[in-house]
Design a protein around this ligand. Structure first.
Ligand SMILES: [Zn+2]
Length: 366
């Protein structure tokens, strides 16, 4: 991604703490016990109240939660101690999103398929539980929202800190901020259909523009490359940018153009290079998961983007008496100051490529 978000603490994190309690204190200690809510949740008063209220309310949005709690409890009672220890390690690993993104050797991500090898029933029941945890029908239940807060409030606080107004995954689309009444959807960076245990962990949830989330990334897994046959042979594990990475970095762009006909530039006429190589693996994952090359090339070819950028330079040269160099100097300064305003990072690289190809030198000026 082009730049990381700043992580924003919020009361909604409480749900993850409750899930930690459920996993370690209730499920992992299920052996030899009866499913008695008052006894099992005695050390977590708030969670006990939530479960009791949901139980008596019999609301539809709570069914999966109450059923899943007990089903997984019964599944854990049948597990060997060694399998419980494995699951504990996998729970911790799946919630260390930063280390998983860095492909740190101390953590190994666990999928539902991995859990299936231990118990088919457990995998199925965990899937039903964790996939539904982050759902509007559950989080908006009064028993939940009055205690942990609301997702719309989380978004408002989040966007109060992350004010760029641009999607960090593509840098070319807007994300709705606090001047809008609507909001963007949160993407499960590690897909909730693949990985158990982290569907309500806000370190794994990041607002993204609709195009990034729903047209390009979809359920793609940033941790594994399943498309490249060479990588797939070795498991395809790869590094990925972590959405809340604390270390700042700058993605470098260079474009080269293989056409003189600026009125009819095609994506195949454009070559896009990214850097620095220090982040080669993270950059390749990002390019792959978000379809970046296709989208940036399409933007450079678009009538009201790339072609308009060229027309602007030609217009300012012909009518304002400016030279291309003067225009590029201004643009380079603006791109450094505000790289994501008006896609300056892409615009400046593209126009430099056009200039190098001689598009702003006679006889190519039209
Ligand atoms: Zn985007």
């Amino acid at each position: 991604m082009l730049f990381p978000y700043t992580y924003v603490p919020h009361s909604m994190e409480k749900m993850q703490w409750h899930i930690n309690f459920i996993f370690f204190q209730v499920w992992c200690r299920a052996k030899g016990k009866d499913y008695d809510i008052e006894v099992l949740f005695a050390d977590n008063e708030e969670l006990c109240e939530i479960i009791t209220e949901l139980h008596f309310s019999q609301l539809k949005g709570a069914e999966f939660f109450l059923t899943g709690l007990q089903q997984v409890f019964e599944d854990f009672k049948k597990l060997e101690d060694t399998d419980i220890e494995i699951l504990k390690r996998r729970y911790c690993a799946n919630n260390c999103v930063d280390l998983l993104c860095a492909n740190d050797s101390s953590v190994k991500p666990a999928t539902y398929k991995d859990v299936k090898k231990i118990s088919v029933d457990l995998s199925q029941h965990l899937e039903g539980f964790f996939k539904n945890l982050y759902s509007q029908s559950f989080l908006s239940l009064v028993s939940i929202s009055k205690r942990i807060g609301e997702i719309d409030n989380h978004y408002a606080v989040f966007m109060g800190k992350n004010v760029s107004g641009k999607c960090p995954f593509c840098g070319i689309n807007d994300v709705k901020g606090n001047y809008h009444t609507k909001r963007e959807a949160y993407d499960h960076y590690l897909p909730k259909g693949t990985y158990p245990f982290n569907s309500i962990n806000f370190r794994n949830l990041a607002p993204a523009c609709h195009e990034c989330n729903s047209s390009y990334k979809l359920v793609q897994d940033p941790l594994y490359n399943a498309k490249d046959p060479l990588l797939a042979q070795t498991g395809g594990r790869r590094k990925s940018f972590y959405p809340y990475q604390a270390n700042k970095y700058t993605v470098e762009f260079k474009i080269s153009l293989n056409s003189h006909d600026w009125t009819n530039i095609q994506p195949t006429d454009i070559e896009l290079y990214t850097g620095p190589n220090e982040f080669r693996e993270e950059l390749d994952t990002w390019l792959d998961v978000y379809g970046i090359e296709e989208r940036y090339k399409a933007k450079c070819c678009a009538e009201n983007d790339g072609k308009y950028w060229i027309e602007q330079v030609l217009d300012e040269c012909q009518n304002d008496g400016k030279t291309p160099e003067q225009i590029f100097n201004t643009l380079a300064r603006q791109a450094k100051l505000k790289p994501y305003a008006e896609a300056n990072f892409l615009k400046s690289s593209f126009l430099q490529a056009c200039n190098k190809k001689g598009l702003f030198t006679l006889p190519y000026i039209i």
